[in-house]
Design a protein around this ligand. Structure first.
Ligand code: 0X9
Ligand code: ZN
Length: 282
């Protein structure tokens, strides 16, 4: 039921890989997309999306939630988009708190572009910086980063089947719907927000963690060129979200290992609830 493929190559020449889960690849099912590791230091995102894939695969045929979800949908997981950046957070001579990509900038003063400001939708607008040394540097051009191009090309190239796009981040415990770039509410806000509500209720019922939810821009802060705005605004994928995982600041990006599985468990519940909502409200 699982296959892997490469959707692109990072600046540093590494593969961007996806896992594609399907019980029947010719059935033409709609697809749910979950990605992690867009920001390098947000380590919990990768095991969380991997946990979702693992739970679906191990549970198909025995766990009713896993079985129903995979009977209704295919699933694609991209565990790490920013592969160069994540490697740099693990490297002896790297930086655990690194956020951006590892592409060289023109004046070599500072390295990297913020991949979550580099998507080609409302690029270089609110909440993004033109300063190469800023952690929210939007890059020399829209989708300048090959990692961002890879996700854009795949997601928009399969927008006829991808019915849910979730871009996972940490931390703050938030379930965010478009838009990020403006305070204006999108035409699909009601359904998007209702989807957030059912997801965070399932999350709460799992381990009691409260996730706030709402339109991204006014729930945390405006940010342009973000992945979920691109998936919705450019590819027309109505159910597009940015999800900020645990915690709310006690450990932040340095989340203790014992919180990894619980994060996966609550997110599995959340995406199951959201998938059921989407099935009923396509
Ligand atoms: O600022 C970001 O890119 C995200 N937060 S993080 O701490 N993971 O860096 C949030 C992006 C969601 N969109 C908006 N903030 N509008
Ligand atoms: Zn982030």
């Amino acid at each position: 039921m699982a296959s892997t493929s490469t959707i692109g190559t990072s600046t540093g020449g590494k593969d961007l890989k996806i896992i594609h889960l399907s019980t029947n690849r010719t059935a033409g099912k709609k697809t749910l997309w979950f990605d992690g590791g867009l920001h390098a230091r947000e380590w919990v995102t990768t095991p969380t999306v991997t946990y979702i894939a693992d739970t679906l695969l191990r549970g198909y045929g025995t766990n009713s939630d896993a079985t129903q979800l995979l009977d209704n949908f295919d699933v694609i997981v991209c565990p790490i988009i920013n592969v160069d950046g994540v490697d740099f957070t693990w490297a002896e001579d790297g930086d655990r708190m690194w956020r951006k990509t590892r592409s060289e900038n023109s004046r070599d003063r500072c390295v990297g572009t913020d991949p979550c400001r580099n998507f080609d939708y409302e690029w270089a607008g609110a909440g993004a910086s033109g300063n190469e040394c800023s952690d929210t540097y939007y890059g020399p051009s829209a989708a300048s980063e090959p990692e961002v191009q890879a996700v854009q090309n795949y997601v928009c190239g399969h927008n006829d089947t991808i019915q849910l796009y979730i871009n996972f981040h940490s931390y703050s415990q938030l379930w965010l719907s478009p838009w990020g770039y403006t305070n204006d509410l999108p035409k699909d806000y009601t359904q998007q927000n209702d989807g957030s509500a059912v997801a965070v209720k399932a999350v709460l019922d799992t381990h009691g963690k409260v996730y706030e939810y709402g339109a991204t821009s006014d729930t945390i802060y405006p940010a342009s060129g973000i992945a979920a705005d691109y998936a919705y605004g450019q590819c027309g994928i109505k159910y597009s979200y940015t999800v900020e995982l645990r915690d709310t600041g006690r450990y932040g990006f340095l989340l203790p290992p014992e919180e990894i599985i619980p994060s996966g468990e609550e997110m599995f519940a959340g995406v199951v609830a959201l998938a059921n909502y989407i099935k009923a409200n396509p």
